[in-house]
Design a protein around this ligand. Sequence first.
Ligand SMILES: O=C(O)CCC(=O)C(=O)O
Length: 270
Amino acid sequence: MLSKQDIGHYHAYGFVVIRECLSKAEVERISIAHRRAIDAKASADGRFGDSGTVNYANFVEDDDAFLELIEHPNLMEAMRDIDGTEFLYMGGSDIWENRDDTPWHCDQIPGSKVWTAKAAVYLDEARQGDGALNAIPGTHIPEFNAAIMRSWGKFQGLGSPRLWLPPKEVPGAVSVQTNPGDVVLFQTNLWHSAWRRVDEQPRRNLFIQYFRDPGDDVLALRELREAVTGSLGEERPYVYSAAMMTKGGARREKMASRLEELGIDNVREQ
Ligand SMILES: O=C(O)CCC(=O)C(=O)O
């Protein structure tokens, strides 16, 4: 359960660490699955450097240990603590063995309220300047997010917003230090980055994307439709495959049904 302080941290700063969200046994299972998945499917990603970073998207179906993360009871509890209801899995996920610095960026165009959040699982100890996520607290707030962009931002071509400041001299940045088993839940318009590990071992990370339940907010509902449509493609034209639904149990059924109740198309494989 999140404390009142943690809940305030999420709302005011845009992220929270769910301490000991995963048990030691779960971390071990996920680590084994991570190795298997990376070996089987990951490919090189040279966007951030040439140190040998590999990753791939849509990994959650590749192992039951990953599937169980989607509606992990401690994650769902934290989401209920924050919003009174669970966030909704929207079909996006990626898995990494990262040997490079991830530059300062936010995942959306700065300046608008976003409803998307990421659950970030760091499988190794992550310390300041040594594998940990860095964040500028409060930059999930649209005006703050946009002010950072206007002051120190640039667009990388048509892609992701970046900062031109020296990466290790960004004012207001904090390091989000975690131990294996901790899960960082952060809003995706937060300005964030991460530095490579000092021992040159890779950062082993998994990211799962959620959309906060829009309730009766029509603008948020429109964004949810767009976000789900954007995360689907030819390879996976639905949020949940038939196998995911068979394995998922009551919690997955509840989440899929909620998306359907909100009028989202292509929730389940027919
Ligand atoms: O490399 C990292 O740990 C940071 C991940 C990140 O920036 C992202 O998921 O958007």
